[in-house]
Ligand binder design. Sequence first.
Ligand code: ADP
Ligand code: MG
Length: 188
Amino acid sequence: MKRAFLGLGSNLGDREAHLHEALRRLEAPRCRVLRVSSIYETAPRDLPAQPWFLNLAVEVETSLFPLMLLQHCLKIERIMGRRRTTPKGPRNIDIDILLYGQFKIDSAGLTVPHPRLHERRFVLEPLAKLAGDITHPGLRQSIRELLNGVKGQSLRLWHPPQQQPDPRPAGGATSSRPNRPSTLQSRS
Ligand code: ADP
Ligand code: MG
């Protein structure tokens, strides 16, 4: 059994529902979901003119070899109807292998650790919540150190919009809670 960390993202349709569906589908006889990070809403990076993403990281325990784990992830993307129209463009679901134990893999269809992991705050922030102390096997820095080295890149913790306003408590005082805390964080 190996521990691997995956990065999930969505910026089309019901983004949160897509993440939850992908998490459900990741569960398989040889792949068990152990821990899931909070969800972050993140600014698009490579192609800026597209909607903001929701991103999370997930830790899995798996007996699937790396290429089989990639096939598992790509199959889920296919089942969920992902279309690759524009490279780096909008997608209802993206599932990337970030880390697979301390393996370093560089084959035609798979690079692990994910080649752009260390420069992406939308990957490092959720990953650091699960694996802050884990060393990147290529760069010999911890995930937390890599996160601290990333500048800029807007991101905020995602809270699903509430369906109902809070009931007014007896006694007349109003209780108001914003749907979304404005926790925009950006390092510059
Ligand atoms: P991206 O996630 O970079 O926007 P895609 O999701 O369209 O791009 O993936 C394109 C290809 O990247 C996949 O078909 C897969 O073969 C390859 N790939 C290489 N390394 C990885 C990895 N660590 N995780 C996921 N896909 C990877
Ligand atoms: Mg991908």
